[in-house]
Ligand binder design. Structure first.
Ligand SMILES: Cc1cc2nc3c(=O)[nH]c(=O)nc-3n(C[C@H](O)[C@H](O)[C@H](O)COP(=O)(O)O)c2cc1C
Length: 350
């Protein structure tokens, strides 16, 4: 048995932020065994113009400062989204700010974009790496920014040479007012500025990450802006500020964004709503509560061309990636799909 397998149960006994720090350190030191198996060809797919060996990615927030990109890709993810990176370093909110809700297989975080900033991340992003997969960079605005649009534009320009795609995070619940950038006029102005900058920088997929806490009119407005501006993709969704009813853990009342199992259904419904409106015109990445091959398959059938996860790593460890991929391949074959792409949007939820 590997050292990582022996140590994993111990991590769960540590305070969550300490456990996260140790997990990053273990990955940096190469102590977590890599998954060397080639991916099943049925899992290969293409999304927003990029090829992926499988549709399973690591969501933003785990590797905020781009410390363990190669190690994460070595775990079997086809993509890692680093960040959120803010232009300038900032400490984030006071601790404690990360909570495990064990009985609910969930996490609440109010980290608040703790970030080493662009200056810390860029040298790491620029370091030569074993190109085993896709690296997305998720960008945000500093909490005390006087001009949030300028923050995103500056961050886009800085990460552009190193990112395979860039995610515009307008959906963290932990930076006051950030989610207001999802409103029609605000989002349109932000995207206009980013796309103008991209025109000067050169082609690069730009995705927008949205909240799961959107009503139908807000979903429609975002979908319309995404189509009108020709955005390359939407990531659905970030953590939720709702859905506390029914949680059993003592920590359920903590402020912040909820992720993990309780987010699966609400985020999948929002994903399906976007798919219904967009019908494939804007590719979608499905995120929220994915912990099994069946969960990943449900996201794909609801309209996702790729799936990301984070919280499942906390409860099941990095081995969950291999299990999800094997079970997803079996489900695709069972239902007669020759490739992931053929299953995207196969379920029409009403
Ligand atoms: C501790 C933690 C930190 C996160 N930080 C970020 C972040 O910096 N930027 C971001 O876009 N999403 C962040 N997220 C949200 C995840 O990327 C993802 O959208 C969400 O957790 C739902 O997926 P999951 O249920 O698989 O965890 C964070 C999530 C967690 C649990």
């Amino acid at each position: 048995m590997s050292l990582a397998r022996l140590a994993f149960p111990l991590l769960r006994r540590l305070p969550p932020e300490a456990a996260h720090g140790l997990a990053l350190r273990a990955l940096e030191l190469g102590l977590v065994g890599a998954d060397a198996l080639p991916d099943d060809p049925v899992l290969a797919t293409t999304c927003f113009g990029l090829p992926f060996a499988n549709p399973i990615g690591l969501a933003a927030g785990f590797d905020k400062d781009a410390r363990v990109v190669d190690a994460v890709l070595g775990l079997g993810f086809s993509l890692v989204e680093v960040g959120t990176i803010t232009p300038r370093p900032q400490p984030g909110n006071a601790r404690p700010r990360l909570f495990r809700l064990e009985a609910d297989a969930a996490v609440i975080n109010r980290l608040g974009f703790n970030s080493g900033g662009l200056r810390a991340a860029l040298p790491r992003l620029g370091r030569p790496r074993r190109r085993r997969g896709v690296v997305g960079v998720n960008i945000g605005a500093n909490r005390d920014s006087q001009d949030r649009i300028q923050d995103y534009v500056d961050a886009l320009a800085a990460v552009h040479p190193y990112a395979d795609y860039v995610t515009v995070n307008v959906s963290s619940p932990n930076t006051p007012g950030l989610r207001a950038l999802q409103a029609r006029a605000e989002l349109d102005a932000l995207l206009q500025a980013l796309l103008a900058r991209r025109a000067a920088l050169g082609p690069k997929p730009i995705l927008v990450k949205v909240a799961p806490d959107l009503d139908p009119a807000e979903i429609e407005a975002i979908a319309e802006v995404a189509v009108a501006r020709g955005i390359d993709g939407l990531i659905v969704a970030n953590t939720t500020v709702g859905h506390r009813d029914g949680l059993r853990s003592a920590q359920r009342g903590e402020a912040g964004g909820l992720s993990g199992r309780p987010l699966f259904l609400p985020s999948t419904l929002v994903l399906a709503a976007f798919h219904r409106l967009l019908g494939g015109r804007v590719p979608l990445i499905g995120v929220g509560g994915v912990a099994s091959g069946a969960d990943a398959y449900a996201k794909i059938r609801a309209g996702a061309c790729l799936v990301q996860l984070y919280t499942a790593l906390v409860y099941a460890g990095p081995w969950v990636v291999g299990r999800i991929k094997a079970d997803l391949a079996a489900l695709l074959r069972r239902d007669g799909f020759a490739a992931v792409g053929a299953a995207v949007g196969a379920t029409t939820l009403s």
